[in-house]
Design a protein around this ligand. Sequence first.
Ligand SMILES: *Cc1c(COP(=O)(O)O)cnc(C)c1O
Length: 430
Amino acid sequence: MKESILTKDLYQSMGIDQDVYGFGEKIEQNLIERFKTIDEAAEYNQLKVIKAMQEARVSEACLLGTTGYGYNDLGRDTLEQVYANLFHCEDALVRPQITCGTHALALALLSNLRPGDELLSPVGKPYDTLEEVIGIRPSRGSLAEYGITYRQVDLLEDGSFDYEGIRQAICHRTKLVTIQRSKGYQTRKTLSVERIGELISFVKSIKPDVICMVDNCYGEFVQRIEPTDVGADMIVGSLIKNPGGGLAPIGGYIAGKKECVENAAFRLTSPGLGKEVGASLGVTASFYQGLFLAPTVTASALKSAIFAANIYEKLGFFVAPDSKEERFDIIQAITFGKEEGVTAFCRGIQAGASVDGFVTPEPWDMPGYDSPVIMAAGAFVSGSSIELSADGPIKPPYNVYFQGGLTWQHGKFGILKTLQEMKNCGLIRL
Ligand SMILES: *Cc1c(COP(=O)(O)O)cnc(C)c1O
C-alpha cells in the first residue's frame, strides 16, 4: 500500500493519537491571529539583522576564523560592529571566550565596578547564579570580596517599581544599576522594554552618571526594540539562548557604551590588550548565521510557549504567562501540583527530540539545588535553552519551566508528546 502523506497519520505513527492531535489542532486554530503578530515582529527583526549586517559590510572573508592571538580578526571585529549596529549602540564584545550568560554578566559587573562602589538591583533578587557573582551567597572572587557592596529594592506587591524605595537606595556610591529583563525562574512578571525604559529614566533623573545594565537573557528579538533603545548603557546576554539562533556552540555578548564595553574587554583578556586579541577559532560563521536566524527562531519559541500555555490552561492547570498575555520572554511556566505531572511533561519533551529522543529523563540531585531536578533536553548544542527544553524542581508547587523550539513545528510536536504522555499516565482527560 502507498504510504499516507497525511500529517495526522505521520503523527500517529510517531505516537500521537487522534484525540491528542485533534485537541492540538483546535487550540492552534484559535492562535492564528496571535501567530500572525509574532510573524510580523519576526519580519521586522529579520530586516533589522540584515540591515545591521549590510551596514557593517559583512563579506565572505568574515566567515573565516583565526587562531593563536587572533590579531586583526576581520570576522570577529565585523561581527562586533554588527551587534553594535543591531542594538543601536557604540560598541560590542561578542566572543566564544565568554563561556555562558553568567560569565558575560560577571564580566560586565567585575569590569565596570571598582572597590567602594555599590551595585543596585531595583527589580528584586537577580538570577540564581548571580548570587555568587555578587556575593549574596559567599563565593570566591565575588564582587563582595573586592569590596563592592550590593543593595536590592524589591518590586511592590502588585509588581510595580518601588520608586520611593529606589530613590532612597541610590547614594553617592551607587555606580551601576542592574535590571533583569526576564523573570527567569521567579514568579514576578517579565519586564517589557518600555517598562525598563521608564525605570532607567527614573534612575537617571536621580543620578545621571549611573551605569544602567540590563540582563537581556531570553529577551532578544521578542519585541521590536531592545533595552539599548530606551537608555540602557549596557546589555548582556548568552549566545546559547536567543541571539545564537541555535547555531552558536558557545558564547556571550556585551553591547552598549564604548567605555563599558572596553572595560569588559580589558577584563576578559588583559589590561593593555582589550579587544585586540581573542582568536575566533572556527565559530564565527555560526555566530553570523545564528544571529541571522535568531528572529525566526525566537518567533518559533514564542509560538511554542503560547501553544503550551493555551493547551494546559484549557486543561485546568495554572500557567504563567497565561494563555492571552503579551509575551516579553520565551519562558513558560506550568504548575502541575504533583510530581507525576512534572515528570510526564519532561518525558514528553524528551521523546519529541531529534537528538537523544530515546532517553528517559529522571530527577536527580543537581549540585546547587535544594531538591531533585528533572531536565528534558535533546539538544544539538549541549545545555542550549533556545532549543526545546524543560526542567522542573521536584518540590511544591511542582512547576515545569519550558522554553525554546528552533522551529514551531518541533515545538508543537514536543508539546503534543507531553500531552500524550500525560494522557497515557491518566493525568488528563481530553
Ligand atoms: C540563563 C540566564 C542567565 C545565565 O545564563 P547561563 O548561560 O545559564 O549562565 C542569567 N540571567 C537570566 C535572566 C537568564 O535567563
